[in-house]
Design a binder for this molecule. Structure first.
Ligand SMILES: [Zn+2]
Length: 252
């Protein structure tokens, strides 16, 4: 994960101020201001999220250009549609650090796509093809299952999607599942590629270049590796540097 390390709290998603329920009303002209006593008490169901993660892993490692990745993408699209969101599949081909052409499908599920005032919550659904940090070096060239580093973030997005209608925020929400994020150069890559972080996050790099000029979400939160046992979530360095007010809002 590297560039995709803009990690935030799993439960923080459900407590973001903009995700206030219908009865919440601004107490001033400030759109951020809501009557917190009237926020919906929507319960984030960890078991449900776990089932979403398990369903992704049941396809096997979701590495680029694999049948498992295609099936997993189809599953995610199907779930978002079933939950009533408007789904866009952003397809392209990207080039890996090794020169391989990789099919790439970013999945964008929009809640109230017509609203200009929006937030983005994102994750990635591809698996890293190489477990190069495994203690057993014989496994370094085999894919990771990516239950945590991949599936857990998407599972949270699906669980959030399941509650969006009930939460009924006054703003639009884009739940974005990136593809081809974890294909970054491993330690055996040529020296000029090995430390090049731009070899990661190919799907989100493409997504960022396609954004319409008038697409101005308030902010985005990326969830990655949010399913580990006894996880603790600390302030994330890049987020603190570039989006300190958002970090404060999420962690408070
Ligand atoms: Zn990751």
């Amino acid at each position: 994960m590297k560039l995709s390390s803009l990690v935030t709290l799993l439960f923080a998603v459900a407590t973001l101020t903009p995700l206030a329920c219908k009865s919440s009303k601004p107490t001033s002209d400030n759109a951020d201001a809501v009557d917190s006593s009237r926020l919906c008490r929507v319960t984030f169901d960890g078991d449900s999220a776990m089932n979403y993660a398990r369903a992704q892993c049941d396809f096997g490692p979701r590495i680029p250009n694999s049948a498992a990745l295609k099936k997993c993408g189809d599953y995610i699209v199907g779930r978002f549609k079933a939950l009533g969101l408007t789904v866009t599949e952003q397809r392209t081909t990207v080039t890996g650090w090794d020169g391989k052409q990789l099919g790439c499908r970013n999945i964008i599920a929009a809640f109230h796509p017509e609203r200009k005032d929006r937030v983005v919550i994102a994750a990635h659904y591809d698996s890293r093809p190489w477990a190069e940090k495994d203690a057993d070096s014989s496994r370094h060239h085999t894919p990771v299952m990516a239950a945590d580093d991949g599936a857990s973030g998407v599972a949270v997005l699906l669980e959030v999607a399941r509650h969006l209608t009930e939460l009924n925020p006054k703003i639009g929400v884009d739940l974005v599942c990136f593809d081809a994020e974890d294909y970054g150069a491993p330690y055996w890559a040529p020296e000029n590629k090995r430390d090049d972080e731009s070899t990661f996050c190919l799907g989100s790099q493409y997504w960022s270049k396609q954004l319409a000029a008038d697409y101005k979400p308030r902010y985005g939160i990326l969830l990655d590796m949010v399913g580990g046992k006894d996880n603790r979530f600390y302030f994330e360095g890049f987020s603190l540097r570039y989006a300190q007010p958002v970090v404060t809002k999420v962690w408070d």
